[in-house]
Design a protein around this ligand. Structure first.
Ligand SMILES: [Zn+2]
Length: 350
């Protein structure tokens, strides 16, 4: 039951007929888990908490930096000065926005080992992550558990989102792992190599996509799956082009077809080992790197980028990074696997 304060607080949502009082009550009783609290995640979490979801768990492995403030709407300068974990800063800001929502910020790196513990028990999983590796892990977990999840990404002026409902829609593996075929057009627009740390990102692109993702989440959480878009939506806020395309399930899809969950089983994840006193090594076994191309991409965003044909070296605080053509990288200057994994995802891509 809603009390009079809640009626007043959510009155503009209750007045929206497709949602109404019933939809608002369901929202208040709903719960969701958000993976990643960067640009998309902060927009999404802010909207859902204000809309009155009952419970929101946030999982994020990073700290607030000054370069985040341009687009990550829950953070302030003091958070960056204090290098506060994003999960901690976001939880504070969201509590201040709506004390009626149960908010749980977890400083954690989502891995195959902890995926069930962090994501289990939530009827919807929301993507606020910034890298391919995490999204494939979320996809494998969600498809294996039969839980809907909302994929979203933004880079440059461009963003894309798609709601995955296992058994009913395509999954992320259908989109990005299919050969040139039915979904070729869709997968072509999901640039896997570019990241916000190399290609930049406009806050408006993240804002639009985060808002679309919030709307899809509200449909699921308020019991209106019939209103879900069912399509891959993309937009470019610089050219003002918006598109939505139908994406088909791939009958032979590795994840939702053959139920091969290699990201969840850890087989496709980069292996992380400690080497030396203050270095972490990441082995990425699935992909060879073009060092010249990578050097070109990094030259604008990292220091001391140089390659000798056998390896590429660059610096990005706190690490000096050495990258090998077989996808292996050594991060000198840290003993923290999560820092190395984060830098790998941001600068080398996945
Ligand atoms: Zn699939």
């Amino acid at each position: 039951m809603m009390d009079p304060v809640q009626y007043e607080r959510y009155s503009r949502q209750i007045l929206f007929a497709p949602l109404g009082e019933e939809g608002q009550k369901r929202l208040l009783e709903s719960r969701a888990v958000l993976v990643g609290c960067g640009a998309l995640g902060t927009v999404l979490a802010g909207l859902l908490v204000r809309a009155g979801v009952g419970r929101l768990r946030l999982v994020d492995r990073d700290f607030v930096e000054f370069s985040n403030l341009q687009r990550q709407t829950l953070y302030e300068e003091a958070d960056a000065r204090d290098s506060l974990p994003k999960a901690v800063a976001a939880e504070r800001r969201l509590r201040a926005a709506n004390a009626g929502v149960e908010i749980e910020g977890l400083v954690a790196d989502l891995t195959p080992e902890n995926a069930a513990e962090l994501l289990g028990g939530f009827p919807v999983i929301l993507d606020g992550s910034d890298n391919f590796e995490t999204r494939m892990l979320v996809n494998d977990y969600a498809v294996s558990a039969g839980v809907p999840w909302i994929y979203a990404a933004a880079v440059g002026s461009y963003g894309v989102t798609f709601t995955v409902r296992p058994g009913q829609t395509a999954c992320l593996a259908c989109l990005v792992e299919s050969p040139e075929g039915g979904n070729g057009a869709a997968s072509g627009c999901l640039a896997r190599e570019e990241t916000c740390d190399t290609a930049g990102v406009l806050n408006a692109a993240a804002g639009v996509v985060g808002a679309l993702e919030a709307a899809e989440a509200m449909k699921l959480l308020s019991g209106h799956p019939e209103a879900l878009s069912g399509r891959l939506i993309s937009c470019d806020v610089w050219t003002s082009r918006f598109q939505s395309v139908q994406v088909a399930r791939e009958p032979g899809c590795r994840a939702c077809g053959r139920r091969d969950f290699r990201w969840l089983e850890g087989e496709a994840q980069p292996q992380v080992t400690m080497c030396g006193r203050d270095s972490v090594q990441i082995h990425e076994r699935r992909r060879r790197l073009d060092l010249e191309e990578l050097a070109q991409r990094l030259s604008a965003v990292a220091g001391g980028v140089r390659t000798n044909g056998f390896l590429l070296r660059f610096t990005v605080p706190p690490c000096e990074v050495t990258v090998f053509p077989d996808g292996r990288a050594v991060f000198k200057g840290t003993r923290d696997a999560a820092v190395a994994r984060s830098l790998y995802a941001r600068y080398i891509g996945a």
